[in-house]
Design a protein around this ligand. Structure first.
Ligand code: F6P
Length: 558
């Protein structure tokens, strides 16, 4: 049976017929809900607070009827039972026959979670202890390079889930760095073409640089080619043998110990994680090593605690008060009933500049699927196109389309209430208030359109604002390791909620495989090897053009 056959889906479709033509301006005009003993405002009705987070979804095109029908839909889709299956380690990643247990990575040590009769929480904490000892040594300046000098620079080599989470977290938690005498610089390299690593290596000192090779599979060509370039650079600069370089200058993080062995990472420089941790859900595992090096192990553990607190909330809070459930179900309403297929992520805090890229992978790699759990092609929309940018910067770029374009877009505004310590009048504090004012102004204008500014309804058409673009605002007290952990886990669970309604497996990513295979075939003609198959005329034409350009530059250089 398809989700479209469920009574709640049908009821939501009917309800959407009237809501399609309802403007947010009018919903705010009826801003009093008198079925409660005390009339409440739209904000009071459609916002939820929990543990320092406030989710305001009153600027969504919803009424109480919408929320109640969405609750029915979640029940029809057995959301609670699916949550239970997720947390208990049921093999819900059916196409890979394994559980999705990222939540186990942030469980306190005294908890137990049995997988094949083995307590994996104990494994997680043994792993954290190993990670902690490495972090301690490196941060204390006791990990030395080939010449005996202490390591002062870390380069994480990884891509996708082995890059985006740690990169985002290191930027987000820059203020959480403890003061130490031995300061570490942390860099990230991901791009296959070598441009990032080439630029970076020019600025680094080989004797004091440590590379973390991060790859769940340890087969990703992007990562392995950057790692080989790094080792070659060290070799040429030092004249030292591979063995010493591998020991002093490389740490491997992977679910495949064998492949790390093969590459030459010594056993005690290997950190493992497990195949039940999806790549894009892995920043809580040893993949988070650069985060721990950047902010210290204690702060890393606070981040885990924040995520665990969100897990508990997701598990136990009722529908109406459950942040990930609300976020997920409102997305379903927008996508499947209001036909909105674009989603902008707009953090009003420069420290969250990498959040949009992180969520692009988390959401689109998880839920960008057109086949349900039974393998049938589905005939309803799933994950929308998601993109984003630091909000104030995006105001000077793509907000034009949000305000006056022809596309409906749903937006998430994300901001900390407090920064730089309060209401004093230093320049930085003023800048924070300015950023918040812009955040509130933009979501208000997007919702209400001209009605937000008195008199604008008589302006010429090119100056009019139609409004009715729905948004959610997520406000948190302060950006700390704990609140950051909560925030990311909130989005992870939101993605899960949506996957349950769409009846898809959010934990595999088969859609990325064929392209990698095809690139192997296309490398042949580019490296003077016989290619096995002819390609289409466009690909053949492009290959020809590339090869002739390359031949020409070769001739010019002779
Ligand atoms: O190709 C996609 C992907 O497999 C992502 O799912 C993953 O996060 C990324 O590549 C990197 O994979 P790995 O950690 O195995 O190098």
């Amino acid at each position: 049976m398809s989700v479209k056959d469920l009574p709640a889906w049908e009821a939501l479709k009917e309800h959407a017929n009237s809501m399609q033509t309802t403007h947010l301006r009018d919903l705010f005009l009826q801003d009093s809900y008198t079925d409660k003993p005390e009339p409440t405002s739209r904000f009071e009705t459609f916002s939820v607070s929990h543990d320092g987070l406030l989710l305001d979804f009153s600027k969504q095109r919803i009424t109480q009827k919408t929320v109640s029908l969405l609750k029915d839909l979640s029940q029809d889709c057995q959301l609670d039972q699916w949550k239970e299956r997720l947390f208990s380690g049921d093999k819900i990643n059916t196409s890979e026959n394994r559980p999705a247990l990222h939540t186990a990575l942030r469980q306190p040590y005294y908890n137990q979670l049995l997988l094949d009769e083995h307590n994996i929480v104990a494994d997680v904490h043994a792993n954290l202890a190993h990670m902690s000892s490495m972090v301690g040594r490196i941060r204390a300046g006791q990990w030395r390079g080939y010449s005996g000098l202490p390591i002062d620079t870390i380069v994480n080599i990884g891509v996708g889930g082995s890059d985006l989470g740690p990169l985002m977290a290191c930027n987000a938690l820059i203020d959480a760095q403890p003061e130490t005498s031995h300061q570490l610089k942390v860099h990230f390299v991901s791009s296959m073409d070598g441009s990032q690593i080439a630029n970076l290596l020019n600025q680094l000192s080989p004797a004091t640089t440590l590379f973390i090779i991060s790859s769940k599979s340890f087969t990703t060509i992007d990562t392995l080619s950057n790692a080989n370039t790094a080792r070659q650079w060290l070799k040429s600069a030092s004249g030292v043998k591979d063995d010493l370089l591998n020991r002093r200058h490389f740490i491997g993080v992977s679910a495949s110990a064998d492949k790390m062995d093969l590459w030459g990472i010594p056993k005690n420089s290997q950190l493992n994680f497990w195949d039940w941790t999806g790549g894009r859900y892995s920043m809580w595992s040893a993949i988070g090593l650069p985060i721990a090096l950047h902010i210290g192990m204690a702060a890393f553990k606070e981040m885990l605690s924040g995520a665990h607190a969100m897990d508990e909330h997701f598990k136990h809070a009722p529908f109406e008060k459950n942040l990930p459930v609300q976020l997920g179900m409102i997305g379903i309403w927008n996508i499947n009933f209001l036909n909105i297929h674009a989603h902008a992520i707009l953090p009003y805090d420069g420290r969250l500049s990498h959040l949009p890229a992180y969520l692009e992978q988390l959401e689109m790699e998880s839920n960008g699927k057109n086949v349900n759990r039974q393998g049938n092609v589905i005939d309803y929309h799933t994950c929308p196109i998601l993109w984003g940018e630091i909000g104030p910067n995006a105001q000077h770029a793509f907000y034009q389309l949000l305000h006056q374009g022809t596309e409906s877009v749903m937006c998430d505004f994300i901001a900390p209430a407090r920064r730089y310590g309060g209401f004093d009048s230093t320049e930085l504090e003023q800048q924070h208030q300015l950023s918040l004012a812009n955040c509130l102004a933009q979501s208000r204008l997007l919702a209400l359109g001209d009605a937000a500014i008195a008199g604008n309804d008589t302006a010429p058409t090119h100056k009019r604002y139609r409004g009715n673009q729905p948004s959610t605002t997520l406000l948190f007290n302060e950006l700390t390791p704990f609140s950051f952990g909560q925030l990311i886990a909130l989005y992870e669970h939101k993605v899960f909620v949506q996957s349950v309604i769409w009846d898809i497996n959010p934990f595999d990513q088969w859609g990325v495989e064929l392209g990698k295979k095809m690139a192997t075939d296309l490398l042949k003609p580019l490296t003077n090897e016989q290619s096995s198959s002819p390609f289409d005329s466009s690909t053949e034409g492009l290959l020809c053009a590339i090869l002739s350009q390359q031949r020409q530059s070769e001739q010019e250089s002779h």
